[in-house]
Design a binder for this molecule. Structure first.
Ligand code: SAH
Length: 252
C-alpha cells in the first residue's frame, strides 16, 4: 500500500515538473517576443547615460559624483522627442525659445568646478531644460534655480517633478538672484553675462564661490569667483566655452 502511494506521488511529481517546464519555456518565448517587438528595450536609456558618463571621464572629467549623476539621468526626457537619437551624444541641443540644453561635457565641467558637497545650497541661473538642475539634485545639493522664460520654467518644473526631482524653481531675472534665500554656498551661471553680476557676488557665502562663463557672443572664459571675505573676491580663469547670452528681464 505504502509503495503504491509513493509510486503515485512520484508520477504526480514527474507530470508537475513537465508542465511547469513547458510553462517556463512559453513564458520565456513570450518575453523574447516582447523584446523583439520593442524598438527600445527598457534598460537602453540607463546604458546610454552610463556610456555618456564614461565618454566624459575619457575627456578628463574626474569627479566621480558628477559622473555618477550623469550616468543616472535620462537626458532624453529634457529634450524634444524628435531629437531622441542625439540625447546621449556629447552635444548641446536646441530647446524651446531659441535656448539650448548645454553640452554634457560643459555641464560636467561646470559641476566639477563647483566641488559640491551634499547638502550645500546652490543657486543656478538659467534653468533651461532642467537637466543641469537634475545633476545638482543627484549630487545631493539643496538646489535653487531661476529661469527668465516662463514657458521654460513651467516645462522644466514638469520634467523634473515627473522624474522625482524637486528643486526650488523660480521664474525671474537671474541678475537679481534670490536675496530672500541668500547666502548660497555656490552659484552656477549657465548663460553668459558680459561682466560678473555684482548682485550675485553679494549673495555668496564667505568661503563660497561662483562658476560663470564671462564674455560676449564670440565666446567666454569659464571663471571662478571665490568670496574670501565680505569685500574680497579672488578670480581664477579656466577654459573657453560658448553659451547663450545672459539677458536682463523676463519673457513669457
Ligand atoms: N542649465 C540649462 C542650460 C540652459 S541655456 C540646462 O541644463 O538646460 C541658458 C538658460 O539661461 C536659458 O534657458 C536662458 O533663457 C536662461 N537665461 C538667460 N538669461 C537669464 C537670466 N537673466 N535669468 C535667468 N535665466 C536666464
Amino acid at each position: 500500500m505504502k509503495i503504491r502511494v509513493k509510486y503515485a506521488l512520484f508520477i504526480i511529481l514527474i507530470v508537475f515538473c513537465c508542465m511547469s517546464s513547458v510553462a517556463c519555456a512559453n513564458n520565456k518565448n513570450r518575453q523574447n517576443e516582447k523584446y523583439e517587438n520593442q524598438t527600445i528595450d527598457p534598460s537602453q536609456d540607463t546604458r546610454e547615460a552610463k556610456k555618456l558618463a564614461e565618454s566624459l571621464s575619457k575627456k578628463g572629467i574626474t569627479d566621480k559624483r558628477v559622473l555618477a549623476a550623469i550616468g543616472n539621468i535620462p537626458r532624453h526626457e529634457f529634450i524634444d522627442e524628435s531629437l531622441r537619437e542625439y540625447a546621449y551624444l556629447d552635444r548641446p541641443l536646441p530647446i524651446e525659445k531659441g535656448q539650448t540644453i548645454s553640452q554634457p561635457y560643459t555641464v560636467a565641467y561646470q559641476s566639477e568646478l563647483l566641488q559640491l558637497k551634499p547638502g550645500e545650497k546652490v543657486l543656478e541661473i538659467g534653468t533651461g531644460s532642467g537637466y543641469q538642475a537634475a545633476v545638482l539634485c543627484e549630487m545631493g545639493a539643496d538646489v535653487y534655480s531661476i529661469e527668465r522664460y516662463q514657458d521654460l520654467y513651467l516645462q522644466a518644473k514638469e520634467t523634473l517633478n515627473k522624474l522625482g526631482y524637486h528643486p526650488n524653481l523660480f521664474f525671474g531675472d537671474g541678475y537679481e538672484g534670490l536675496p530672500d534665500s541668500a547666502p548660497f554656498d555656490k552659484i552656477l551661471i549657465t548663460a553668459a553675462p558680459e561682466k560678473i553680476p555684482e548682485k550675485l557676488k553679494q549673495q555668496l557665502k564667505i568661503g563660497g564661490w561662483m562658476v560663470v562663463p564671462v564674455g560676449g557672443r564670440q565666446g567666454q572664459k569659464m571663471t571662478v569667483i571665490k568670496r574670501i571675505s565680505k569685500d574680497k573676491f579672488r578670480e581664477t580663469v579656466h577654459g573657453d566655452f560658448i553659451f547663450v547670452p545672459m539677458l536682463e528681464g523676463t519673457e513669457e
